[in-house]
Structures are given as C-alpha cells and as structure tokens.
Design a protein around this ligand. Structure first.
Ligand code: ZN
Length: 331
C-alpha cells in the first residue's frame, strides 16, 4: 500500500509529468481535434506517452482529461462519453506506472467559456459538468484531482467543490499566470495574483496550491510564485511551468526551452519550497528525465528538501573543488 499523496509530500518532493497536448500532436492528433477521446479510441497512444513519463521518473501522472468535462467534450459531440473517457483515462495513467507505486492525478481543465453575465454558460452548467467529471475520475481511482490552468476564482471554486463532493482524497488548485507587459509581476487573465489565489484555495479546502502554464512563466517566475504562495500559506506547492515560449516554426507551435536549460531552474524551485515539480506545454519525457536527476541529487544532498524553506542547511563547496554530489554539492 502506498501512502496517500499528502503523506508522502511530508517526506519528500515528488516529480510530476510533462506536457500531454503537445505530445498528442506528435502522436498524430490534429489541431482542434478531441485528444481526450483517444482514451477510448487510441488508448495505446495515450499509454505510450504516459509510459515514457513514468520511465523518465515521474512520481505523478496527470490523466488525459484536460478537456474532459462534458462542456468541452460537447464541442466534439462526445458529451455522452464523458464518464467513460474520464474513467478510461485513470486506468491508462495507472497502467503507465507498470505496477510501480505512483500517483494518478485526475485532471480537470477549464470548461472553456465564460459564465453569466459575461458568457453563455450558467454556473449550474459548469457545476454539473465538473461534478460529473470529478466523480468519474475519483470513482475510477484517481489519487488526487487537479483543477488546472485556472484564471478565475469562481470557476476554480466550482472545481474544488466538485472534487470535494466526489470525495477526492487530495485536491490541487492550479492557476495560470501571465507576466504583465512591463514584466514587473504576473497575474491571471482575470486579474488574480498568487497571494489571493493561495488564500482563496486554502480557505475553500484545496490541499495543494499550484501553478501551471501561463504566459512568460518560466522556471524563475515559477520560483517567484512559490515564494509568494509560501508567504501566505503552509500548504504544499506544485509547479508545472511551460518549456519556455511558444514559437511558430514552419506553421507548427514549438517551445524553445531545452531540458538542459529548464533543469537549471529545478534546484532553485526546491530551495524556494516546491513540493511537486512537473512541466506544462512543450515539455517532453527528456525534460522530465533531466528533472529526475536534479531532484535526486538535491534530495540526497539535502536534509531539508521540501520543508518549506525553513532553516536550510548551509551548503556549498570550496572554490576550485569539482562538483561532487556525495559532498553535498548542488547541481
Ligand atoms: Zn501549458
């Protein structure tokens, strides 16, 4: 029996996974098509992606259900398959671990519209859709639910409430921040800053505060967000930054941060007190493999990894001595 996710986070930092959307495209999904339907029509392709993450060292894998609410699925005439798609996704992610202990995190993304009075959807529509999705994920055995890429607290709250009602053992709220034009700070599209988000999540019963995706949110910005979360909450923190910025190359969207570049941000994130580190758009199993190495080195050389940054031991090496993890050196 593996310990519950929240228990294991008291002992060590966990590694998340990398992007699903960009990997589905690489596996042949056409832009604008329904990647979540692949849980039923091409489960082997979803499994192959998630198995590569598991083999790269992920401790947590998010289900392929980002657009798996009935409102999102309805755009592809798949609303009637919502429960089956979400349940299949949990089984696939579990299978990806190949018998190894790992945490399956049921993914709920934005419903993809605006609620009244700004948009066409009623709160009740969204509540119904999230409730159905959360219940399908939990019933299928998800270890946690993440409500991710959120920009509004109203929608986030509906996701948290749905996860609670479904009896989710662990609830993660994850905001998508955009760096402001002048570069001085970051907030969500709807104007929510990290302090406000973290306080809101804690108040409403989330167990882990998180950030993912966003615009301009590189590893350094993610580190700043962790510090800002840490100022207002003692809940565990999860981060999944994108692999740099999207660029259009030969009519394809590519992300420009290599594993070698991105991995330099892992130790600073750990130092800031991140408890789960994964990556979002554009990241690959190679990024996650590099993260695994950095995380392992950090954890074997640190007695305070993931303790929220309290009293970090003094580390460092004398100038001139080569890097040596056995001597407590950091990558
Ligand atoms: Zn993303």
């Amino acid at each position: 029996m593996k310990p519950p996710l929240l228990e294991v986070l008291k002992q060590r930092t966990l590694l998340g996974d990398g992007a699903m959307g960009t990997q589905l495209m690489l596996a042949g999904l056409e832009q604008g098509n329904c990647g979540e339907a692949w849980n039923l029509t091409h489960p082997e392709r979803v499994l192959a992606i998630q198995r590569r993450y598991a083999e790269a060292g992920s401790d947590c894998i998010l289900t392929n259900t980002f657009g798996g609410s009935r409102i999102m699925l309805n755009r592809h005439s798949n609303a009637d398959k919502a429960v089956a798609i979400n349940q299949a996704a949990v089984a696939i992610a579990r299978e990806a671990f190949n018998g190894r202990d790992g945490y399956v995190i049921g993914d709920i993304g934005p419903f993809g519209g605006l609620m009244e009075p700004y948009g066409d959807f009623t709160e009740s529509d969204v509540r119904t859709a999230f409730n159905e999705q959360a219940r399908a994920l939990v019933d299928a055995g998800a270890d946690a639910i993440i409500i991710e890429t959120q920009t509004s607290l109203e929608e986030l709250l509906l996701g948290i409430a749905a996860a609670q009602e479904a009896g989710a053992p662990c609830i993660i709220g994850s905001m998508a921040y955009d760096v402001t034009l002048d570069g001085s700070t970051f907030r969500t599209m709807m104007g929510v800053n990290p302090e406000r988000a973290a306080e809101f999540m804690q108040k409403h019963g989330a167990h882990i505060v998180a950030l993912n995706c966003g615009t301009g949110m590189d590893m350094e910005r993610a580190r700043q967000a962790v510090l800002r979360y840490r100022k207002v909450t003692d809940l565990p923190v999860m981060v999944q930054p994108n692999a740099g910025q999207p660029k259009l190359v030969a009519m394809k969207v590519v992300y420009d941060e290599t594993p070698e570049q991105m991995v330099t941000g892992v130790a600073p994130l750990l130092e800031a007190g991140a408890n789960i580190i994964g990556a979002c758009c554009g990241s690959t199993p190679e990024h996650i493999r590099a993260f695994r190495t950095a995380l392992d080195i950090y954890q074997t050389t640190s007695t305070s990894a993931g303790n929220g940054g309290a009293d970090p031991p003094v580390r460092g090496r004398p100038p001139g001595r080569p890097f040596d993890p056995t001597q407590g050196d950091r990558p």
